[in-house]
Write a protein that binds this ligand. Structure first.
Ligand SMILES: Cc1cn([C@H]2C[C@H](O)[C@@H](COP(=O)(O)OP(=O)(O)OP(=O)(O)O)O2)c(=O)[nH]c1=O
Length: 191
C-alpha cells in the first residue's frame, strides 16, 4: 500500500486523520500562503490546499499526499489568521451575533503518478451575540492566534456557537467524510 502523507503542520488536522486509524506520516513544506483575492474563496482554498500537497509530493517518490487549507469568510470577505491581539478582537467582534462560512480546500495527490483530486467543503457557523468583555477574555487565552477567523470551534470558542450547518470537522480544518471519498478514488477505504 502507498504511504499516506499529511502535508500539514496543523495538530488539529493530524488528530482528525489519526482518528481514522490509517497509518500516516507528516511532512511540512514552507509554501507561500498568499492567494489571488480576485478568485472566488472556494478556488483560493483549493489552490492553497493543492500548493501544500504539491510541494510535499515533489519531495516524495511515492505516496498519497493530503493538503488542506481553511478560510473563514464573512460577507464574502476572507478573514485570515490574526497577526496581533487587536486584530483577533476585531475579527471576533465582526463574527459575533451572526453567521459566517468556513471553507476548507482539500487536495490529494498520488506522488507516484501525479493523479490528483481537488475539492472543498463549506460549513456555516452561527455565533451567539458576545460582549466585548467575553471577546477580550477569550483573546487573552491565546487560543485565537494561529486560527483562521481568530477562533477554535474545538476549543473554548465552542461556547460561542449557536449552530452549525454542514460538516463540523471542516471547521476544525479537515472535512473528514470528503477526505474518505477522495481517498476511495485512490483505492483507499477507511471503513
Ligand atoms: C475556524 C477554525 C480554524 N482552525 C484552524 C485550522 C487550521 O489549522 C487553521 C487555518 O490555517 P491553515 O492555513 O488552513 O492551516 P495551518 O497553517 O494551521 O496548517 P498547514 O498550512 O500546515 O496545513 O485554523 C481551527 O483549529 N478551528 C477553527 O474553528
Amino acid at each position: 500500500m502507498r504511504p499516506i502523507i499529511l502535508a500539514s503542520a496543523s495538530p488539529r488536522r493530524r488528530e482528525l486523520l489519526a482518528n481514522l486509524g490509517l497509518p500516516f506520516e507528516v511532512r511540512v513544506s514552507d509554501v507561500d500562503e498568499t492567494f489571488d483575492e480576485t478568485l472566488p474563496v472556494a478556488q483560493q482554498a483549493e489552490q492553497l490546499a493543492l500548493r501544500k500537497a504539491t510541494a510535499v509530493a515533489a519531495q516524495c517518490g511515492e505516496g498519497l499526499v493530503i493538503g488542506a487549507d481553511t478560510i473563514v469568510v464573512l460577507d464574502n470577505k476572507p478573514l485570515g489568521k490574526p497577526t496581533h491581539r487587536q486584530e483577533a478582537v476585531q475579527m471576533l467582534q465582526s463574527l459575533q451575533g451572526r453567521s459566517h462560512e468556513v471553507y476548507t480546500g482539500l487536495a490529494v495527490i498520488d506522488a507516484g503518478t501525479g493523479q490528483r483530486v481537488v475539492t472543498h467543503q463549506v460549513t456555516t457557523v452561527r455565533f451567539k451575540p458576545l460582549t466585548i468583555k467575553q471577546i477580550e477574555r477569550y483573546v487573552n487565552t491565546g487560543e485565537p492566534m494561529d486560527k483562521a477567523g481568530a477562533y477554535a470551534v474545538q476549543g473554548k470558542a465552542a461556547v460561542f456557537v449557536e449552530g452549525i450547518a454542514g460538516c463540523y470537522f471542516n471547521v476544525v480544518g479537515l472535512p473528514v467524510a470528503k477526505l474518505a471519498d477522495s481517498l476511495k478514488l485512490f483505492g483507499v477505504e477507511i471503513i
